[in-house]
Design a protein around this ligand. Structure first.
Ligand SMILES: NC(=O)c1ccc[n+]([C@@H]2O[C@H](COP(=O)([O-])OP(=O)(O)OC[C@H]3O[C@@H](n4cnc5c(N)ncnc54)[C@H](O)[C@@H]3O)[C@@H](O)[C@H]2O)c1
Length: 484
């Protein structure tokens, strides 16, 4: 236990206040503000970004008071890691004791970093217990679950924070800045193509992500980042979706075409380790071993399942067309078996086009390396006016995870950040609009019918957006310059 009382006043604060009162001075002039209390549910790979920030750079004003997980080994590891920093010693709780954790540790905020399909349950229970909530993306996996979150927010008069870290990555914020400036006028259409490589991309097919009931498939789990970026970049709400999706690469048939006898259960016990170029050694990375391999006895979860298993039910190739409430259209694709990772995007505006691409240094998720790092010289941004010469834009840069986005976002959450003219902080409305595009695409994969977003949930309103150029506010059209 740490030396905190339930309302977060530490002994140092109380002594200072008592001394001040004895001297006849206003105690508030001396009392350090109590630290903000956080509880974390789901202490796997991603949770460490938050606990590292809380126990490190932001420890003076924040602390972790409780952790909960359905794997007792990972919960114990989280407590040990946090306590080793000397910042606090949280109490560990089983997943079944989540409500008890809230009652006993009295967090102001619950951070939800469990697998995607379980977010809604913890978000709603935390809100109903009177806590604020920070949840990882995707906010949830189905429209029905999204509805429970929207209803709980309304019932409790609170917003949930959905941590779309990609918005904060400097080169992606720069795109927002360029679009806001009106230089290419109003955006009428967007072409967006995202590639996952066979290291990071294949990794989705080894983990719980390969089960659509848990992850929602890549349309929800991964593309929620991408749909959110477009929603935010455009400052618009998606209205309708058509899509096709298939799995043709990570299949038993492909294993045979590669000359394997498999599929098998998992890499660790695979009889064809040396023959399979997708073999993954879970014991090779000390962090992954400690987190997953050493805790298998608690829940039987294998982090290195065979990517060729027949029971995988997520797609590896997806094409989506979205219409927005502004009339803008998006053509998007996601492919999970490529030789490089990153994306190309083009915004077609009334006065020109922005072409932008990023190449990522994508590796195995959660391994001991920076996640979602942008390659050196991996950003290209070009403005091509309708009339006039194209120009390359010097990219804004950042360091750390997810293109430098993680650090900027963490400062906004746990530290002091100035008011944000890009309105990057997202709540349940942004969380819903992004995951509902994926949910609509999933529905369309089955029915072949276009899906309207407003028919998936009720009571969803547009989030607050940064002002974007519109037909009434944008600069005059560039018709005076002659065609080249
Ligand atoms: N924003 C990003 O860039 C980013 C990156 C990685 C992961 N994520 C998100 O973070 C979340 C966690 O992903 P991860 O990679 O850490 O997964 P993980 O498998 O490493 O960790 C999940 C943890 O939750 C626990 N858990 C599973 N079911 C639970 C339940 N019902 N109740 C309580 N605990 C449960 C597991 O034991 C595990 O410790 C996911 O929603 C994922 O989409 C976001």
């Amino acid at each position: 236990m740490n030396d905190q009382d339930p309302v977060g006043l530490d002994r140092r604060t109380v002594l200072k206040s008592a001394g001040a009162v004895a001297l006849g001075m206003a105690s508030t002039a001396y009392a350090a503000a109590p630290r903000k209390r956080f509880a974390v549910v789901g202490v796997g790979s991603r949770s460490r970004m938050y606990t590292h920030a809380i126990t490190g750079k932001f420890r003076d004003s924040n602390e972790v008071v409780g952790v909960s997980d359905n794997n007792a080994g990972r919960a114990a590891l989280a407590v040990k890691t946090i306590a080793a920093t000397g910042a606090s010693k949280p109490k560990a709780y089983s997943a079944a004791d989540f409500d008890r954790m809230i009652r006993e540790t009295k967090p102001q905020t619950v951070i939800v970093t469990t697998p995607d399909a379980t977010h809604n349950d913890y978000i709603v229970r935390a809100l109903d217990a009177g806590c604020d909530v920070i949840t990882e993306k995707p906010m949830t996996t189905t429209p029905e679950k999204a509805q429970t979150i929207l209803d709980a927010c309304k019932r409790n008069g609170r917003h949930v924070r959905v941590t779309f870290n990609y918005r904060y990555s400097p080169p992606r914020t720069q795109i927002k800045d360029l679009l806001m400036s009106g230089e290419i006028g109003e955006v009428l259409s967007v072409d967006f193509h995202w590639l996952l490589n066979t290291v990071h991309g294949a990794d989705y097919f080894r983990r719980w992500h390969s089960n659509k009931a848990i992850s929602g498939g890549l349309m929800i789990h991964k593309a929620t980042h991408h749909f959110d970026l477009v929603n935010w970049w455009l400052g618009a709400q998606p209205q309708s979706v058509v899509a096709v999706g298939k799995r043709e690469f990570y299949t038993p048939e492909m294993a045979k075409r590669m000359g394997l006898k498999g599929p098998h259960e998992r890499c660790r016990t695979c009889p064809e380790k040396s023959a399979c170029t997708f073999y993954f050694d879970l014991a090779a990375d000390a962090g992954l071993k400690a987190l997953y391999l050493d805790n298998e006895q608690h829940d039987g979860y294998f982090r290195d399942q065979c990517v060729w298993r027949p029971e995988i039910d997520i797609e590896d190739t997806m094409n989506v067309v979205v219409r927005y409430d502004t009339g803008t259209t998006l053509s998007y694709s996601l492919n999970a078996f490529n030789s490089w990772e990153g994306y190309h995007i083009a915004f077609n505006g009334t006065k020109g086009r922005i072409e932008h691409s990023i190449v990522e240094q994508a590796g195995v998720a959660g391994a001991d390396e920076t996640q979602g790092k942008i390659k050196d010289d991996g950003v290209t941004t070009r403005i091509i006016p309708l009339r006039g010469a194209p120009r390359d834009i010097e990219p804004w840069t950042g360091t750390g995870g997810h293109g430098g986005g993680d650090d900027v976002m963490l400062t906004e959450i746990f530290g002091d950040a100035p008011a944000d003219k890009y309105k990057r902080a997202s709540d349940e409305r942004g969380g819903a609009y992004s995951m509902l595009v994926g949910a609509a695409a999933n529905q369309c994969f089955k029915t072949g019918q276009s899906v309207r977003i407003d028919q998936l949930v009720t009571g969803l309103t547009a989030p607050e957006r940064a002002p974007m150029p519109s037909r009434t506010t944008s600069l005059p059209m560039p018709m005076k310059v002659k065609m080249p």
